[in-house]
Design a protein around this ligand. Structure first.
Ligand code: PLP
Length: 378
């Protein structure tokens, strides 16, 4: 048996998405910028996809642009909001994805913008009182960039609350919603969101396809210069089949969102309960009640020679998972997210992440394998 429990990294594509993309590559190969029928057909596929994304996040069609990834979308938002909208201060959190944090480092080091980080607690919750304090104290044009759901530990931010704080304090709000699009309701208007990013491969679509929402009130200049594609915002001939795959996958996940979440939460709960039952001294990272993502379970195992090798040994046993560590100068250390929540550095963390393709049988298989691979069974 081969078990895939790394769905926060990427997800298997829906077979019908692959079919749909193949058909488009075969039948609709026109360049969307061409005015003949082949071109117009390709263009209409992109515009249909734009409508799909806009509907899911309650945006206007003209506020959605396709990109190569969420990494590109986040770069575009942060760099061009500073360049074009006079943003002088960005308030973020230390648990953001590297594509946000490294962009903020760049903006800060090149003196383009000041950056402030709010604290997070041991569960990864941002300190909302501190955020409010920072916002109230800021006399320069400010943007808040806080992710909706954390990809490593699953903790979710209260975007409604952050949106309100931003509105009350005249700040713009950017949220990286890569881990939550198609899994949780997101309403850009109700939550005062100015910028948002998403990525198809996290919801069973193709890799290399992302999108960005830019509210009509905050127009920024093109990120990639060239032709007039994406209404001049992002030059380069569009990846038509990829965009079609993104929209097809998003339609399907958002249609079954509530039922999927219930099923995935059931898998997570079963797994968590069995781990607690069988193993001594394990810890779960991130929020375990209230606002957390059903598809992520971050588990810390006690130190020991066996747990050190767990990711590799699980792989050999047929189970794909991610570790919670980063390799820095050849030394394995806790990721920036685990460091930010004050995780015990001696412990070995594994992120198990689920999708609708996983089964209870796979969960039970994984627990059985873990029993053999660790020496901490009760
Ligand atoms: N933001 C978050 C929270 C992510 O989990 C990821 C992917 O791991 C990204 C951004 C980057 O997305 P992409 O792979 O589309 O560049």
């Amino acid at each position: 048996m081969r078990v895939y429990l790394d769905n926060a990294s990427t997800t298997p594509m829906f077979p019908e998405v692959i079919e749909h993309m193949a058909e488009i590559m075969r039948e609709n190969f026109g360049n969307p910028s061409s005015i003949h029928q082949h071109g117009r057909k390709a263009k209409s596929i992109i515009e249909y996809a734009r409508k799909t994304v806009a509907k899911v996040i309650n945006a206007s069609i003209g506020e959605v642009y396709f990109t190569s990834s969420a990494t590109e979308a986040n770069n575009m938002i942060l760099k061009n909001a500073v360049q074009d909208l006079g943003i002088k201060n960005i308030i973020s959190s230390p648990t953001e994805h590297h594509c946000v944090l490294h962009t903020l480092d760049y903006l800060h080091l090149s003196k383009k913008c000041g950056v402030q980080y709010v604290d997070v607690d041991a569960y990864g919750n941002v300190d909302y009182a501190q955020l409010e304090k920072f916002l109230k104290k800021s006399t320069i044009k400010t943007m808040v960039s806080i992710m909706h759901g954390n990809n490593e530990i699953g903790t979710m931010a209260d975007i409604q609350r952050i949106g309100k704080l931003c509105k009350d304090n005249h700040a713009l709000f950017h949220t990286d919603s890569v881990q939550t699009i198609g899994k949780y309701d997101i309403d850009v208007q109700a939550n005062n969101i100015s910028f948002l990013s998403g990525s198809a491969h996290k919801f069973h679509g193709p890799k290399g396809n992302g999108f960005v929402f830019i509210s009509n009130e905050n127009i920024i200049s093109p990120f990639i210069h060239g032709g007039a594609q994406e209404r001049n915002m992002r030059a380069g001939t569009e990846n038509v089949s990829g965009i079609a795959g993104l929209s097809k996958a998003l339609e399907r996940v958002s249609h079954n969102m509530d039922a999927n979440r219930v099923n995935i939460l059931h898998l997570r709960n079963t797994f968590k309960q069995k781990l607690s039952e069988y193993f001594e001294d394990i810890k779960f990272n991130g929020r375990q009640d209230g606002q957390f993502m059903a598809h992520v379970l971050s588990v810390s195992f006690p130190p020991g020679p066996k747990t050190d090798m767990l990711v590799i040994n699980l792989d050999i046993a047929g189970i794909s998972v991610s570790s919670g560590s980063a390799c820095s100068a050849g030394i394995e250390e806790d990721s920036h997210v685990l460091k930010a929540i004050g995780h015990d550095t001696e412990r070995k963390t594994i992120r198990f992440s689920f999708s609708e393709f996983n089964t209870e049988e796979e969960i039970i298989y994984t627990v059985e394998k873990l029993k053999g691979l660790t020496n901490i069974s009760k």
